[in-house]
Design a protein. Structure first.
Length: 183
């Protein structure tokens, strides 16, 4: 379990599938920047098995162990010559605008640089999702550019901002805490 200032990451287990299936099927949880398709517990089990050991976590409060959202990472590159990881997160509406996403993003970025040899961590954000852009900027990521018309959302193609942080930006945990004191 990864532990931050006020939250922790819990590896998703079968007991979590009903909650995550409910959340991923809920337009309020997913927000305006994701398409919503009903999810089943079997789909959550398959997702958990596919990402086992590679980043699919519940964000939980440290004190009550209350589930506050989900976070994870994956390799976005199909070409073997390209290296890096991409992070994603989703915070339950009850915990939005309280620093949960920023703390979670900082904790995951620090962990990935500290525990893996990755040189690059990136994230994409639908243009218009300014709250998520602020999260990534507070986590030390830089906006690199725009993926034009790459994602199909609510019946139309939309553009995504591309953010990244590279190992030389992170340096080490002590230096990163100067940038991202949230975790």
């Amino acid at each position: 379990m990864l532990i931050g200032k006020n939250l922790a990451f819990k590896v998703v287990t079968p007991e979590d599938y009903p909650l995550i299936a409910k959340w991923f099927s809920d337009p309020n949880y997913m927000g305006n920047y994701y398409n919503i398709w009903p999810q089943t517990q079997n789909q959550m089990q398959r997702l958990s098995e596919e990402t086992k050991g590679r980043g699919f976590y519940l964000i939980v409060s440290q004190e009550e162990k209350q589930a506050m959202g989900t976070i994870g990472y994956f390799n976005p590159f199909t070409y073997q010559g390209h290296q890096g990881l991409e992070i994603w997160y989703q915070v339950h509406p009850d915990f939005r605008n309280k620093g949960v996403a920023t703390q979670a993003a900082c904790l995951l970025i620090n962990h990935l640089f500290d525990a893996t040899p990755t040189e690059r961590i990136q994230a994409t954000v639908v243009i218009g999702n300014e709250a998520s852009c602020r999260v990534l900027e507070k986590a030390g990521m830089q906006r690199e550019g725009i993926y034009r018309r790459v994602s199909f959302l609510h019946g139309r193609y939309v553009d995504l901002h591309l953010y990244s942080i590279v190992r030389s930006d992170w340096k080490d945990e002590q230096a990163y805490r100067q940038t991202c004191s949230e975790f």
